[in-house]
Design a protein. Structure first.
Length: 378
C-alpha cells in the first residue's frame, strides 16, 4: 500500500458524488458532424471540493498547465489533446490558423523538460496537426508516425449532406507520434558519432573492426543520411572502447558527453525513447467514437455527456503502454476528464495532469478518485 494513502483517502471523503451536483445544461441544436464536439453540455456552478489530487501515482491539478509544468517530474510520455481549432471547449481556437500560437508556449515548456527518452502523442484533426507541426519541429520534436483513428461510418450516419459540404465526410482524428530529438554538444547523434570518430584520426572503415561487424558500422551507424541507424548499446560500447584505446592520445576521451569520461552503452541506451508495438496493431485504429457506459455523464448512466471530447480509454492505454516503460512518467497537459491519466494509473505509471475548466475538473477528479478506490479494492 502506498504511504500517501491516508492523504488520498481523506481527499476521497471530501469529494462530492456527481449525482448530488446541481447542474445547468445548455442546449445544442443538433449532433455535430465534426470529428470533435462543439459547445458544452453541462456547466457546474458550485465551488470545487478540491483543486488538487495526488495519491502518489496520479497527480491532477485544477488550473492552467502552463503554470504547472515546472513542478512536474520530467516526462517520458506526453499525451497532448488540446485545441482543435473547432471551438470544442472554452479557449479552443475557432480555426486552425490560431493553433500554432495557442500551442507554442506549451511546446516550448515540453521541450525544456523533455529528454531524448520522451515520446509525444499529439491528438488532433489533420489540419490542426499540419498547422502545429512546424512549431513542434522548431522546438526539437521529430516526427515519427501519424496514426489515424477511424471512427467508422457510424460516426456520421444520417448527419451529413455531402452535396452541401462538397467533400468526403470526416470520421477520423490523428494521433501523431513524435520523439524529442537527442543531441550531444548541440549535434544530432549521427553527426556527433561521425565527428567523434574522425577526431580519433582512425580511418572510417576501421569502425567496422571496432564494432566487430562486416560493414554495418560504416553503412548504418556512421551514415550521415537517411540510412543512419541507431546502433545497439553493445556496439556503441565496442566503438567507444576501440576509439579510446587506438585513437590519437591527445584527443581522448572520445565519445564523451561531459569531456571527462567516455559514454557507456548504458548512457547510449538513454538516447532514445521506448517503443513496443503490440502484435497486429497498425497505424489505422478502427474504433467507433465513444458512446455507452464509458462516457462520463452528469447523472450516472442517464445524464448528459460531460465532455464532448472524452477520448476512449483503450486508445489512450495503447499509446501510453507502447511508449512507456517501468519508472516512466506521463504528462497530460489538457486533462479534460483525465482519460490519459486514468490509463497511466491502470498501467501503474506516475502521471501529472491539469485541467483549466472547473466543471471538467470536478468530473475528472471524481473519475480518478473512483479508479483509485477500485484499485485499492483489488
Ligand atoms: C480535447 S479536451 C481533452 C479531453 C481529454 N483527452 C479526455 O479524454 O477527457 C481539451 C481540454 O483541455 C482543457 N484545457 C485547455 N487549455 C488548457 C490549459 N492551458 N491548461 C489545462 N487545461 C486546458 C480544456 O478545458 C479541455 O477540457
Amino acid at each position: 500500500m502506498r504511504n500517501t494513502e491516508s492523504k488520498s483517502m481523506a481527499k476521497a471523503k471530501s469529494a462530492v458524488a456527481p449525482e448530488q451536483i446541481p447542474t445547468k445544461t445548455t442546449k445544442r441544436k443538433s449532433a455535430p458532424t465534426s470529428t470533435v464536439g462543439r459547445g458544452k453540455a453541462v456547466v457546474r456552478e458550485q465551488p470545487l471540493s478540491a483543486e488538487h489530487w495526488d495519491d502518489g501515482l496520479t497527480s491532477i491539478t485544477f488550473g492552467d498547465s502552463l503554470e504547472q509544468y515546472s513542478q512536474w517530474e520530467s516526462p517520458t510520455c506526453i499525451v497532448s489533446d488540446g485545441a482543435y481549432g473547432v471551438l470544442g471547449f472554452e479557449g479552443d481556437t475557432s480555426d486552425h490558423t490560431g493553433m500554432p500560437e495557442w500551442y507554442e508556449p506549451h511546446i516550448a515548456q515540453w521541450s525544456e523538460r523533455a529528454t531524448p527518452q520522451t515520446v509525444l502523442w499529439f491528438w488532433n484533426s489533420e489540419i490542426g496537426w499540419a498547422s502545429v507541426h512546424p512549431v513542434l519541429e522548431k522546438y526539437g520534436w521529430r516526427y515519427v508516425n501519424a496514426n489515424i483513428w477511424d471512427k467508422g461510418i457510424g460516426h456520421i450516419a444520417g448527419n451529413v449532406n455531402t452535396a452541401k459540404i462538397r467533400r468526403f465526410p470526416v470520421v477520423s482524428e490523428v494521433c501523431v507520434q513524435y520523439v524529442f530529438e537527442a543531441r550531444i554538444d548541440g549535434k544530432l547523434l549521427k553527426h556527433w558519432l561521425m565527428d567523434e570518430w574522425k577526431r580519433t584520426g582512425l580511418p572510417v572503415k576501421r569502425a567496422n573492426t571496432a564494432c566487430g561487424v562486416a560493414d554495418a558500422a560504416v553503412r548504418k551507424y556512421l551514415d550521415q543520411g537517411h540510412l543512419w541507424y541507431w546502433m545497439p548499446p553493445e556496439k556503441f560500447q565496442m566503438l567507444v572502447d576501440y576509439a579510446n584505446e587506438h585513437g590519437a592520445p591527445e584527443g581522448r576521451p572520445y565519445f564523451s558527453a561531459n569531456g571527462k569520461k567516455p559514454m557507456t552503452g548504458d548512457d547510449w541506451a538513454k538516447t532514445r525513447s521506448a517503443f513496443n508495438c503490440p502484435h497486429g496493431v497498425t497505424n489505422v485504429w478502427q474504433r467507433p467514437a465513444l458512446r455507452g457506459e464509458e462516457r462520463i455523464k452528469t447523472n450516472g448512466k442517464t445524464g448528459k455527456a460531460v465532455h464532448l471530447n472524452q477520448k476512449p480509454l483503450d486508445l489512450m492505454t495503447r499509446i501510453i503502454e507502447a511508449s512507456t516503460e517501468k519508472g516512466g512518467v506521463v504528462w497530460e497537459p489538457f486533462g479534460g476528464l483525465f482519460t490519459g491519466s486514468l490509463a497511466a494509473k491502470n498501467l501503474g505509471f506516475r502521471s501529472f495532469a491539469a485541467e483549466i475548466d472547473p466543471t471538467y475538473f470536478h468530473y475528472g477528479l471524481d473519475r480518478i478518485i473512483e479508479a483509485d478506490r477500485q484499485h485499492r479494492l483489488l
